[in-house]
Design a binder for this molecule. Structure first.
Ligand SMILES: Cc1cc2nc3c(=O)[nH]c(=O)nc-3n(C[C@H](O)[C@H](O)[C@H](O)COP(=O)(O)OP(=O)(O)OC[C@H]3O[C@@H](n4cnc5c(N)ncnc54)[C@H](O)[C@@H]3O)c2cc1C
Length: 349
């Protein structure tokens, strides 16, 4: 494993901002991972695990430590619908392979960029499926214990866009492999209304996994959520703000501030433990009513012309530009509605 110095990080992320890594290594095996961990510890340097860089912002000053890019490859068919997948594999490549081979369980998550190892971190999900529904276990290097561990699904503590990997034990585990349990010959999941409508109108009945994955990609493309080479808005990190969870009593003041009836505000109950009586609001709805519509912004960073929640680097943006725009949006939404928006992409630190 080669350790390089001063490696530019912006091209390794989809948003494309920020400086260089002081040290940089690509880890292609678990031995490499253990060596990189030991090297960083010996040199007293912090360590950051980089996957596909699709949910990541790099600061303009770069990273004063070792950035380990996860390069562990391999998709191993263990039979009975079980697959062990290297954390460095492309997520979308894995989905396509499963769809082609007739395994159900991940077809609605076609077109999500990034690595397989990045998916359990934020419990990736889209169009009616979440990766935690098909994860059997995660293999990782535990920096606290100094050894590789196998974490069964329950031990990963998956919630909406969360797991123990990106919350209470952020930075503790380096995911090296993910074991999925898929269903050979299973039918596609059609829980998401827009997907169901489009598939029912166009596809044979019942819709094949391939038709569903293709439709998901088309929907994503229409919303600027599929990274397509040559697209003017390719430099994005997907949704930039999480859908906020607020007390149900907040609906009345929000409706008054927006000048609409309470019934007109889209919202869903939150069913996780500890969140009883709380509701989730679409961040895009709040943004639009605070004046942040598709295509908003005149500088290097603005809102996607196809997706209100996605900020895009229109060329030449810096991390500081992103933060300035993020502040403007979050402050105006706070002033208008009293709701605090949280950023979804991770800042490398
Ligand atoms: C156009 C677009 C559309 C998107 N659509 C969706 C969507 O529909 N649903 C959704 O959930 N997300 C979506 N995302 C966000 C993103 O694709 C996912 O979060 C993805 O799983 C991130 O994986 P990554 O490998 O790129 O991680 P990175 O961006 O490289 O890293 C993100 C975080 O995960 C950590 N990490 C990555 N790999 C590992 C590992 N092996 N071990 C430990 N930690 C690790 C990093 O340290 C960092 O903290 C979208 C992004 C874009 C750009």
């Amino acid at each position: 494993m080669e350790i390089r110095e001063e490696v530019a990080l912006a091209p390794l992320t989809t948003f494309g901002v920020g400086g260089a890594a002081r040290f940089f290594a690509v880890t292609r095996s678990e031995v490499d991972v253990a060596q990189a961990v030991a090297w960083a510890a010996e040199h007293g340097l912090p360590l950051f695990v980089l996957g596909g860089g699709s949910n990541l912002l790099v600061r303009d000053e770069g990273y004063d430590g070792l950035v380990m890019q996860m390069g562990l490859a391999g998709i191993e068919d263990r039979g009975d619908g079980l697959f062990d997948v290297g954390a460095g594999e492309s997520w979308d490549g894995f989905v396509q392979r499963m769809v082609d081979a007739g395994y159900a369980g991940v077809e609605c998550m076609a077109g999500i960029p990034g690595s397989v190892g990045g998916t359990p971190v934020q419990n990736v999900g889209a169009y009616g499926q979440e990766v935690s529904e098909t994860i059997e276990s995660v293999r990782a290097f535990d920096l606290e214990a100094g050894e590789f561990v196998e974490l069964a699904k329950d031990a990963c503590r998956f919630r909406y866009r969360q797991s123990r990997f990106n919350t209470e034990e952020l930075g503790r585990f380096i995911v090296t492999k993910v074991r999925f349990r898929l269903c050979k010959g299973g039918t596609a999941t059609l829980k998401y209304a827009e997907l169901w409508e489009r598939v029912s109108a166009a596809a044979s009945q019942p819709a094949s996994l391939a038709e569903v994955a293709k439709t998901v990609r088309e929907i994503r493309r229409g919303k600027g959520m599929l990274l397509v080479e040559g697209d003017a808005e390719i430099h994005t990190a997907g949704s930039f703000f999480k859908n906020p969870v607020v007390e149900a009593e907040m609906l009345a003041p929000i409706a008054a501030a927006a000048g609409v009836a309470v019934e007109k505000i889209p919202h869903w109950p939150v069913d996780s433990v500890g969140s009883e009586g709380r509701i989730k609001l679409p961040a895009a709805w709040l943004l639009e009513r605070a004046g942040f519509v598709k295509g908003w912004g005149e500088g290097t960073v603005g809102i996607s012309s196809r997706h209100t929640l996605a900020l895009v680097n229109r060329g030449g943006a810096t991390f500081a530009d992103v933060i300035r725009v993020k502040q403007e949006i979050t402050e105006r939404v706070w002033e208008k509605f009293g709701v605090r928006l949280e950023r979804e992409p991770v800042v490398m630190q």
